[in-house]
Design a protein around this ligand. Sequence first.
Ligand SMILES: Cc1cc2nc3c(=O)[nH]c(=O)nc-3n(C[C@H](O)[C@H](O)[C@H](O)COP(=O)(O)OP(=O)(O)OC[C@H]3O[C@@H](n4cnc5c(N)ncnc54)[C@H](O)[C@@H]3O)c2cc1C
Ligand code: SF4
Length: 823
Amino acid sequence: MLAPTSRERLVVIGNGMAGCRAVEEILARDPDRYSVTIFGAEPYVNYNRIMLSPVLAGEKSFDDIVINTTEWYADNGIELVSGDPVVGIDREEKTITSQGGRVVGYDRLLIATGSDPFIIPVPGKDLPGVISFRDMKDVDTMLAAANQGGDAVVIGGGLLGLEAAHGLSLRGMKVTVIHLMPTLMERQLDEAAGWLLKTELESRGQTILTGADTAEIYGDGKVEGLRLKDGRDIPASLVVMAVGIRPSTALARTAGLAVGRGIHVDDHMVTSDPAVLAVGECVEHDGQVYGLVAPLWEMCRALADGLVAEPSGYHGSVTSTKLKVSGIDVFSAGDFSGGEGAEDIVLRDASRGVYKRVVLRDDKVVGAVLYGDTADGGWYFDLLKKNEDVSEIRDVLIFGQAFAQGGGRADPKAAVAALSDDAEVCGCNGVSKGQVVATIENGACTLDAVRATCKASASCGSCTGLVEQILAVTLGDDYAGERAVKTICKCSSFTHDDVRREIVAQGMKSIPEVMQKLHWTTPDGCSSCRPALNYYLLCAWPGDYVDDQQSRFVNERLHANIQKDGTYSVVPRMWGGLTNPKELRAIADVVEKYNAPMVKVTGGQRLDIFGIKKDDLPAVWADLNAAGMVSGHAYGKALRTVKTCVGSEWCRFGTQDSTGLGVQTERMTWGSWMPHKFKIAVSGCPRNCAEATIKDFGVICVDSGYELHVGGNGGIKLRGTDLLCKVATEQQALDYCAAFIQLYREEAWYLERTAPWIERVGVDYVRSRIVDDEVGREALTSRFLYSQSFSQDDPWAERAAGKDREQHAHLGEFRPIELLAAE
Ligand SMILES: Cc1cc2nc3c(=O)[nH]c(=O)nc-3n(C[C@H](O)[C@H](O)[C@H](O)COP(=O)(O)OP(=O)(O)OC[C@H]3O[C@@H](n4cnc5c(N)ncnc54)[C@H](O)[C@@H]3O)c2cc1C
Ligand code: SF4
């Protein structure tokens, strides 16, 4: 139908969610002002794009998601030109041209072209069967592929990718999700919630590969599979790329409009040309671009107000997200990156799979992440948007709106006091409230005492808070909250030993899993517990645990020692303290090439190259590697050096080949991560020139064999070794050494050196495990050797090969787009 010519002509480019909504808002204010023509590239009427996921999952049909039917366009005198994209704008003439050759004049032009999916520039990206997830055509392609069955790969573990994976999985495909980052939906979820999500999706049969980078998609004429940069190969008849979106700005840019990341608009959605408006995902307002619908509703209101009524103006949006995967409740809003001044309130309920985190700054909610129970998401979001002071309800905020606004304002201890005596407090040990109270009344006045007496809170620890409240209620002012138990850190009520035991008992293999199951009170732990957990996990599960680089101190992350001027020192390994011309030449070359101001012989008989700039580290490692040298781990909580004397080969007093044994010992033990640094020495006779009696493990060769010494330390608190035992052969010396190291690795607390550990447990205990228990010793030795089969990869070689740099370069290619919120 042709609109009356007296009306102003409004042409809309884009028949999507924002374009049509803007028209609806304008019509609601002044239905007679414009004659409207809408051009859409897709051959459909306006539909609800966010419901494509339920269509894919089979929960809705296309008809269910249509927003405006053909009748709506007709009833409102709107001409819809669908399936015919606009290809040019002439701002001088005020006309647009469509691909089909239509030229239409306008008084006002509205650009609502949405976004283009980002396609990773990998080989094979153009093969048939590689698609994005953006429109109805993509859904049809996926449904056709699913009808054939087979394997699908979804690249991108953001909202969109996971919804695609869910749909394809429900349609019967075997789905693998490949995500570059370590955490799924990292823009919306923190590590803890991301881990819960991953666990849930895996339990539904999907394969989730995090930290996985695509090298290529391959196939003969159509997609057949995908190869990762680490060499893994995944067969696939369909590859869905859902790695992010970019505002669709090409048309606006060609027309000479101001464009940054999106089309620049003011508060009334007017572009740099007063006759041209823009709205939706294609725009940039006040430096922000958006990838969710809530902001575009607000933009459309502001646009219509500005065009036909009182200008209200758009002032930016705060967004929240939910994942539309049935049975998985995830909510996230605002800023949960933490940082200076941010405080976290965390609630974890391991058995229900619930994780809630509210982030406060200056007593205001600034972010929230909810997993498993999202009922209060809207309430937190409201508090956040209104910037409300929550200091009054802070204690009970995390329990949700009902509690905070109802009885929860009352003393939280009242709820504990009201518990009946037979209410179960400690599920692990079946202890009731009455038993805990009786224990306290009988003299157990601290948490430790309660744990020791009635076992409440002594196992998984999830009831620790409740037991402490019962202590407080029962003892009143006499309870000072004192705990003799030394917990791993302030984030947990567990001791180091508890954590180690539970990691093994519950088969836990990642830091987020430990934090969720052991009820950590902070979202991601702290600088004390993270490195400890990382170590405990790698010690318990050497073959299965993937190292968490972020949980290592800077020296271990950069494989060098940071020095006081910010430069690094680098120590190559010299087996048993031996070296040769090739190694010396390589070291000399590195010193010259990188202007290292100093080279020093260390106390452990290695050469330490000082003053290397951080940026030069990979090149230094590469050069030293090329000469066959590997990292000396001088930076790590790890085996450092095996110091030797010259022994029988050269020395007049030597009875055994101490140098040879030192080399063998170092070859066996290098690369091993430990609770703290670990040093070994081998001396060729009791004169002990290698100073073996102040080392963590020392060997003194004597006429009849080898004396093994343990627990020495030359640090601040000098400690001479204890004699462990004497053995007859070199092989025994090696086996006992491995067993001792493994016992230390398995039982000492992180950052506890052998000297304090032995003083804590007693040398008799160590003897009973290594000397008296032959079967136990052999088991320790073999566990050590097994773990070494995973740890003797040279970290320098990996980094010099550019493993992490490659990852960062890739990130730089496309991650900066904030729009990934819509993934
Ligand atoms: C599968 C999926 C699930 C989503 N889930 C959610 C969710 O749960 N929550 C949420 O808030 N958001 C979600 N989103 C994002 C949401 O759909 C977008 O924010 C919203 O659609 C943006 O509206 P828009 O009008 O700016 O762009 P679009 O809705 O994409 O509309 C743009 C339209 O312009 C057309 N067009 C482009 N160029 C031209 C041209 N030259 N000529 C004519 N027409 C052209 C396009 O074909 C398209 O139809 C989801 C997106 C997808 C793809
Ligand atoms: S420890 Fe004995 S064998 Fe070794 S260098 Fe000294 S004197 Fe010689």
